[in-house]
Design a protein around this ligand. Structure first.
Ligand SMILES: O=C([O-])CC(=O)C(=O)O
Ligand SMILES: [Mg+2]
Length: 582
């Protein structure tokens, strides 16, 4: 608590001016208007007097508990999630501590609103949703001036950036600058799930145009109305951005790449992964969460990892990322790399990925997954001929796991693993209900976006949410706290193992392959704790001395949602007992 001094800020996200309360450099009214300092009606009478804001608020005091009640009443009053999203963003812009208290306490209710799937809809309609800027917008026209833009950000201590160029927003495609909703949502989860300080976080949109004509013609579009710039100029901008981040915020500033197009995602990851403190959430975060789900699933199916056969529907960022991490996991279980590859089959828009495919198109990351096998076009035929134990969908083709495929999976396996990972819900390969029904309740099911529980034949199943939200907040906290600068594949494998170990027998009995969403904060903090230990053991942590008590060490980084008191500690105020209180 800031007895004598608090960090001041402005509405864009804080300036770090020291405020001497009692002899304020920032006026009380500015504290009220600042979302980071604002307590709304929770300012006490003493504070109102001291800050010179007495009379600017209704006379009642509503403490934070009462404010939470008020927010929740409002939240329920809205009839749809997009309105709830707008309402919650408004709260974040007005009163940050209250926003995070509400989100943290009701995380399973709030995540589908401030994150997937509603954030997808919010991005599609971002021109209408947009109220107040949050984060930085850097465009292709800023080439040569990226550092100057980063200097305009009013906080020096940025420790984590989530950046997108909006080309592949969830499974929704190119949304241009409207994609800014994603970095904002991801960073809200940094704080809500792992307690990363909000002022350490910076959402960034790199706007190089959009190839989505409908969006370019949207009268309220907020970005550049031009086609995407690609090639050398694009690369120059990203290169300048990476260097500018290090110059402005230091080489340990985490840069999370989010929702870039396939062609850039892999390239940029390879180019930067060992030179910068960076990872790609769609490749590596998704990989870790999916592998965790697989490790938990085989505890249900009792089919050892080495005896599973995986078919991936899609060969993009998520599938390739999962497959590569899965290979590491299979090898750790004792198989050779060659044998591990044999267990994994990939399918793209041209069918099964095989060597010398007449339809062609096996390039880049897919090459090493191409099999010596005759080509097969349809997913139905692929499933019946390859006979997988697990199918993993990540190509944003809704309904790709049709009834026939699901039934075949049920015939081939006692307990088929079915992961419909595409986001948002509208892009899922099948619904939870379809998976359980077609397999007579035998499927081990997870999806990227949330599905409600399903009751089949009197048994209730809790589908898991195989979303990278179980991974990236914990990874980020560990990276920031232990000063990890090279985020290796081993860190993601350790994350997958750690997450899968948090799935208890009780969870498995309910059909869950992830801990319940309402536990995601505990999960993220435990993940961070285990990663910190792992990083020190592996020599990846740069923060010294090594902490003896990792929980205590992490606790010091964790954001508190209690309001600060603006009453100087030495000031002896009388107790006011007559203050009206609801
Ligand atoms: O944002 C999410 O829900 C998961 C994710 O990274 C994606 O689908 O791109
Ligand atoms: Mg993503």
């Amino acid at each position: 608590m800031a007895e004598n001094g608090v960090k001041g800020s402005d509405s864009a996200g804080s300036t770090n001016k020291d405020v001497q309360v009692g002899r304020p450099k920032v006026r009380g009214v500015d504290i009220m208007r600042d979302p980071i300092l604002n307590k709304a009606m929770a300012f006490t009478l003493q504070e109102r007097q001291l800050l010179g804001i007495h009379g600017l608020l209704p006379p009642a005091l509503l403490d934070q508990d009462q404010q939470v009640y008020q927010v929740m009443q409002n939240f329920y009053r809205w009839s749809n999630d997009l309105d709830r999203y707008i309402f919650m963003m408004g709260l974040q812009d007005r009163c940050e501590k209250l926003f995070y208290r509400v989100v943290t306490e009701n995380i399973d209710l709030m995540m589908p609103v401030i994150y997937t799937p509603t954030v997808g809809l919010a991005c599609q309609k971002f021109g209408m949703v947009f109220r107040k800027p949050r984060g930085l917008y850097i465009t292709i026209h800023d080439l040569g001036h990226v550092y100057d833009i980063l200097c305009n950000w009013p906080v020096d201590e940025v420790k984590a950036i989530v950046v997108t160029d909006g080309e592949r927003i969830l499974g929704l495609g190119d949304l241009g600058a409207y994609g800014m909703g994603i970095p904002i949502g991801k960073l809200s989860l940094y704080t809500a799930c792992a307690g990363v300080q909000p002022h350490h976080c910076l959402p960034i949109m790199i706007d190089v145009g959009t190839n989505n004509e409908a969006i370019r013609n949207d009268p309220v579009y907020i970005g550049l109305r031009q086609k995407r710039v690609t090639g050398e100029q694009y690369d120059q901008l990203i290169e300048e951005f990476m260097k500018a981040v290090v110059k402005r915020f230091g080489k340990n500033c985490l840069i999370q790449f989010e929702d870039f197009g396939n062609h850039n995602a892999f390239r940029l990851l390879e180019r930067y992964r060992h030179k910068y403190c960076t990872f790609n959430d769609d490749i590596q975060g998704t990989a870790a969460v999916a592998v965790a789900g697989i490790l938990a699933s085989i505890k249900i199916t009792k089919v050892p990892l080495k005896d599973n056969v995986f078919v991936f529907q899609g060969a993009g960022e998520a599938s390739i990322g999962i497959a590569k991490l899965l290979i590491k996991a299979i090898m750790k279980s004792g198989r050779s790399e060659k044998d591990a590859f044999k267990q994994i089959w990939m399918v793209d828009s041209k069918g099964l990925i095989v060597k010398d495919r007449p339809k062609g198109g096996v390039t880049g990351e897919k090459v090493e997954f191409a099999k010596e096998h005759k080509p097969i076009d349809s997913l139905e035929d692929i499933i019946s001929q390859i006979k997988p134990t697990a199918i993993i969908g990540a190509a944003a083709i809704p309904g790709a796991f049709n009834e026939k495929i699901l039934k075949t999976m049920g015939q081939l396996n006692k307990q088929p693993i079915i992961f419909a990972l595409s986001n948002p819900t509208s892009k899922a390969e099948c619904t939870a209900e379809q998976a359980y029904t077609a397999t007579e309740g035998r499927a081990v099911f997870a999806s990227g976006s949330p599905f409600k529980e399903v009751t089949y034949n009197g048994k209730t199943f809790h589908p898991g949410q195989g979303n990278n939200a179980y991974i990236f907040p914990g990874v980020a906290l560990a990276v920031i706290a232990a000063d990890i600068r090279d985020i290796t594949e081993d860190i993601f494998l350790a994350s997958a193992e750690s997450l899968s170990e948090m799935v208890t027998q009780d969870h498995l009995n309910q059909g869950r392959v992830y801990p319940p969403l309402q536990d995601i904060r505990t999960v993220s903090l435990r993940l961070a704790r285990e990663l910190v230990v792992f990083a020190y053991d592996q020599g990846l942590a740069h923060k010294y001395p090594r902490p003896k008590d990792v929980s205590k060490f992490l606790q010091e980084f964790v954001y508190e949602t209690d309001y600060d008191s603006y009453v100087p500690a030495l000031y002896d105020w009388p107790e006011y007992t007559s203050q009206p209180k609801l």
